[in-house]
Design a protein around this ligand. Structure first.
Ligand SMILES: Nc1ncnc2c1ncn2[C@@H]1O[C@H](COP(=O)(O)OP(=O)(O)OP(=O)(O)O)[C@@H](O)[C@H]1O
Length: 271
C-alpha cells in the first residue's frame, strides 16, 4: 500500500473515443496523465485536443472507452465531486456574466463546501493567492467583460487555481498571451505540478513551449495518438513532418543545450 503523502494521483484513459457529427474525433486514445507532471496535448487544428480535454474534465461523455481518476471510474462520481478534482480553462471563453474579476475568480470556490456556507477567511486567501499567481490582482474590481483577451485568459486561469484542483486542464492557455505572460503562465502551472503534485494537462500549439515546459507529450492527429513520451524524444523532424506536414530542424541551444525546433517555410498554403 502506498502512503498517502507519497501517492501520486493520475488520470488514466483507455481506448477513449468521442463521436461528434457521426465521426470519431477522438479515436481509441490511451493516455496516462500523472500528478506531478505537465502533459502537453499536441496536434494540428482539428486533431481532437479540445474534444479530448472536455471529456477529461468530465463535461462531455465519451462514446466508448474507460476513464479513471485515482483508480475510480471518473463518470461514476458526481459532477460536484469531479469539480472538486478537475478545473478546466477553455479557450476563448466568451458570453461573460456581469461579474468583476474577483467575483469570477471566487466562482472557483463553489465546489467546496466551505464556500457555500459563506466565504471563509481561507476562501478569501485562496482567491487572493490565485489572482496574484495569475497576475490579475490589479484588475480585481474591473468587469471581466472589459478585459483584453490575454487579461481575461489569466482571470480564467485564476478562477481555475482558486478551485484548488488536483487535475488542471488548460485548452491553449497561451492563446492571446504576450511572450512574458506565456512563459510565466507555463512556469506557474509547471511549478504547481512539481510542488503540489497536480496533474496539469495543456493543449498547446507551440512545440517549443512544449519542449521547454512539458514532461510528457501526447501527439494527436485525426483523433488518434501518433506518439507519446518525453517531448525531446517524441518531437523529431520525422514526426513533425508526418503530423504537421512541415519540415523542421531540431537545433541545440548554444547556451542551455536545450533542443530548439525551427520550421521551414511550407511549399503550399493549406492542405
Ligand atoms: N459539435 C461538433 N459536431 C461535429 N464535429 C465537431 C463538433 N465539434 C468539433 N467537431 C470536429 O471535431 C474535430 C476535433 O475538434 P477539436 O476542437 O477537438 O480539435 P482541436 O485539436 O482542439 O483543434 P484546434 O487546434 O483547431 O483548436 C474537428 O474536426 C471539428 O471540426
Amino acid at each position: 500500500m502506498i502512503p498517502d503523502a507519497e501517492r501520486v494521483d493520475s488520470m488514466s484513459a483507455q481506448q477513449l473515443s468521442v463521436v461528434l457529427g457521426g465521426r470519431a474525433v477522438v479515436d481509441a486514445v490511451d493516455a496516462e496523465l500523472r500528478g506531478g507532471r505537465l502533459t502537453a496535448i499536441l496536434g494540428p487544428n482539428g486533431a481532437g485536443k479540445s474534444s479530448l480535454i472536455r471529456v477529461l474534465a468530465g463535461i462531455d461523455r465519451p462514446a466508448s472507452g474507460a476513464l479513471s481518476w485515482a483508480g475510480e471510474d471518473w463518470f461514476a462520481t458526481s459532477r460536484r465531486d469531479r469539480a472538486r478534482v478537475a478545473a478546466l480553462v477553455e479557450q476563448d471563453v466568451s458570453a461573460e456574466l456581469p461579474l468583476t474579476v474577483r467575483m469570477a475568480v471566487a466562482l472557483g470556490r463553489t465546489p467546496h463546501a466551505s464556500f457555500l456556507a459563506g466565504p471563509s477567511r481561507r476562501d478569501d486567501e485562496v482567491i487572493d493567492a490565485a489572482m496574484a499567481d495569475a497576475g490579475v490582482t490589479g484588475f480585481a474590481h474591473r468587469q471581466i467583460s472589459t478585459l483584453s483577451g490575454g487579461e481575461r485568459q489569466r482571470a480564467h486561469l485564476a478562477r481555475a487555481l482558486a478551485q484548488e484542483p488536483r487535475l488542471l486542464l488548460l485548452d491553449e492557455p497561451t492563446n492571446h498571451l504576450d511572450v512574458l505572460a506565456q512563459l510565466t503562465t507555463l512556469a506557474l502551472v509547471r511549478d504547481l505540478a512539481t510542488r503540489n503534485g497536480l496533474a496539469v494537462v495543456a493543449a498547446l500549439h507551440d512545440l517549443n513551449l512544449a519542449v521547454a515546459f512539458a514532461d510528457h507529450v501526447v501527439v494527436l492527429d485525426a483523433g488518434r495518438v501518433r506518439a507519446s513520451g518525453p517531448p525531446a524524444e517524441v518531437l523529431t523532424p520525422d514526426l513533425i513532418l508526418r503530423v504537421w506536414h512541415v519540415a523542421a530542424t531540431v537545433l541545440t541551444h548554444p547556451v542551455s543545450g536545450a533542443p530548439v525546433i525551427t520550421f521551414d517555410r511550407p511549399e503550399r498554403t493549406h492542405p
